[in-house]
Design a protein around this ligand. Structure first.
Ligand code: GRF
Length: 196
């Protein structure tokens, strides 16, 4: 039986798309729902065009009440009986109350070679530090931000004339290869880390 995957997005959803497009044929998982906090997320429109179920839960009416926002997500997810959640550019911090029950079954992609550069502005920070190598990581989600066991990393060289934007574009292209590769193995029960 295929594993049932939910993918959380906030924006363009290019990683979500790479994951969905990989989950065909003998892949051990299928995308059953795309979740977003943002109705206008490009990824939501694309998912609908593919006939994939979508759930949009706007965080704004919940204000500071993250627990209420997360409980609305949990309620929306219930009918889908998910086995795995993939965070793919989901720009809301999830609290321990949401994360803990999913621990070991929730993945995230982060645009840095973790443990370097948790949080935002990862490409600019890598350039500011003079790094000669940069990349992206897929990790299991734990309550600490951008922490948790690493399932895979992809590395790229930093060019002397790189800008944060040029670096981001090359890292994103690697994300689209790394995340599907990790999910395919993870859904088959293999959690040994890979390097691309
Ligand atoms: C990616 O770089 C991801 O690693 C970061 O946000 C970006 C999302 O891009 N957290 P997309 O929505 O998948 O196109």
């Amino acid at each position: 039986m295929n594993k049932r995957v939910g993918i959380f997005v906030s924006g363009g959803g290019s990683n979500m798309r790479a994951l969905v497009e990989d989950m065909v044929d003998d892949h051990p998982a299928r995308a059953v729902v795309i979740v977003s906090n943002n109705e206008t997320a490009g990824g939501i429109a694309w998912a609908r065009s593919q006939g994939i179920a979508t759930e949009v839960i706007d965080h704004r009416p919940f204000g500071e009440d993250r627990a209420a926002f997360e409980s609305a997500i949990n309620n929306a997810l219930e009918p889908y009986e998910l086995d795995i959640i993939c965070l793919a550019g989901f720009m809301r911090v999830l609290t321990a109350g949401f994360v803990t029950p999913w621990q070991g079954r929730m993945l995230n992609i982060h645009p840095s070679l973790l443990p370097k550069y948790k949080g935002l502005r990862t490409h600019a920070r890598a350039l500011e530090a003079g790094d000669t190598e940069h990349g992206c990581s897929v990790h299991l989600v734990t309550p600490a931000l951008d922490d948790g066991p690493i399932l895979g990393q992809a590395r790229i060289p930093v060019d002397p004339d790189d800008t944060p934007d040029s670096l981001a574009a090359r890292v994103l292209a690697k994300e689209h290869v790394l995340y599907p590769a990790v999910l395919r193995r993870f859904a088959a029960g293999d959690t040994s880390p890979i390097t691309l």
